[in-house]
Design a protein around this ligand. Structure first.
Ligand SMILES: [Zn+2]
Ligand SMILES: [Zn+2]
Length: 363
């Protein structure tokens, strides 16, 4: 009995200490899960009536006109206040944002839409293949299959905005002199939308495109069950992107269009818009992401390539091309880095596989 009495205050002190320790940790987790660790970024004019108003990585773009503004993407739930501050810092009013657009339903691009819609009163346009998921705060996307429950958990589920318009590939969205074309470049999600629009800058007519994600959104083994048409969607996406005469390319994650590098370059450029006119960078982006997609595809046939080469007395842990270049199978699976110096492996077996990738020599 005595020992129970003396233990009680010790336990109580320990419990209080634990709570005191965990509150800041919990708050930090909550902040991070709400904004994905995003930091505010300096807003700036890219060209003409096009402005950067996103965070340091997840992007948002403002297209302005005297009849009202268009805002593309809302970042994480915790990014929305940063976007609103950026719009105000540029001298614009969030209440003048009449149209909200979305690239795709993922938390890092649709999570802040509800807050932005509440502050602006804007109408939201989402492609019909992603619309239900956005309207459900990220829940219910069929591609998640049995893992769909994750999107109901705190930290994944986001405040649901009101979806006012659902559209198909090729739809036009107009506001005063602004006209955007929706290119449904699916694959990353079923409704992933790249937004194309003209920008007038210093007497130049330029075409801007905010490219939706081009990476696989989920592992292939899951996609094969839940979204088997992702391969044909990606083929259509790469063909569509190659066919667009894009001058200024933007992306849903800022590092992919070189926001920081180009932002710094504009300080010394003859015209601050010049660093963003980058057709070469646009084609490199498509090349790189398409090669990565082909690599994923081809790696599916590795077992067959292995079988074939094994019968030709190639060491079982190595695959060799006909020119004698060799690499370990594990290296192939690690390759997700930008592809700079492509080598070609061509193996004739049940399926004909051509892989282009750098050889990783790790001994
Ligand atoms: Zn995404
Ligand atoms: Zn993303």
């Amino acid at each position: 009995m005595n020992s129970r009495i003396t233990k009680r205050p010790v336990l109580a002190i320990a419990a209080v200490a634990l709570i005191v320790l965990f509150i800041p940790l919990f708050q930090k987790w909550k902040t991070n899960s709400l904004n994905g660790g995003q930091k505010p970024a300096e807003p700036f004019r890219i060209a003409g009536n096009l402005y950067y108003v996103g965070a340091n990585d997840v992007t948002s773009f403002l297209i302005t006109s005297p009849q009202g503004h268009v805002l593309i993407d809302g970042g994480y739930p915790g990014t929305a206040p940063m976007i609103m501050q950026s719009i105000a810092k540029l001298g614009f009013n969030i209440r003048d944002v009449k149209i909200l657009l979305n690239s795709h339903w993922h938390l890092d691009h649709a999570g802040g839409l509800a807050a932005l819609q509440k502050a602006s009163g804007a109408e939201l346009w989402v492609s019909e293949r992603d619309a239900n998921t956005v309207a459900n705060g990220g829940a219910g996307d069929p591609t998640l299959g049995p893992f769909g429950f994750i999107m109901y958990l705190p930290g994944f589920h986001y405040p649901a905005p009101r979806v006012d318009h659902r559209f198909k590939d090729g739809a036009k969205v107009r506001l005063g002199p602004i006209e955007l074309t929706a290119h449904v470049t699916a694959g990353h999600t079923r409704g992933c939308t790249s937004w194309a629009f003209p920008v007038h800058d210093s007497g130049r007519d330029l075409l801007a495109l905010d490219v939706c994600g081009l990476e696989l959104g989920l592992p292939v083994w899951l996609l094969d069950r839940t979204y088997p048409e992702f391969r044909t969607d990606f083929e259509h996406t790469f063909a569509t992107l190659r066919g667009l005469p894009v001058d200024i390319f933007l992306t849903t994650h800022a590092r992919k269009f070189g926001r920081w590098r180009k932002f710094q370059a504009r300080a010394t450029a003859k015209n601050p818009a010049d660093p963003f006119i980058d057709r070469k960078g646009y084609l490199e982006l498509i090349d790189q992401d398409e090669k990565r997609f082909r690599l994923y595809e081809a790696s599916e046939h590795l077992a067959e390539v292995d079988d074939h080469l094994h019968t030709r007395d190639v060491p079982s842990n190595r695959i060799a091309d006909y020119a004698g270049l060799a690499f370990r199978r594990a290296d192939l699976h690690r390759l997700v880095a930008p592809i700079d110096e492509p080598y070609v492996l061509h193996a004739q077996c049940k399926v004909s596989v051509t892989l282009e990738f750098p050889i990783v020599d790790s001994g």
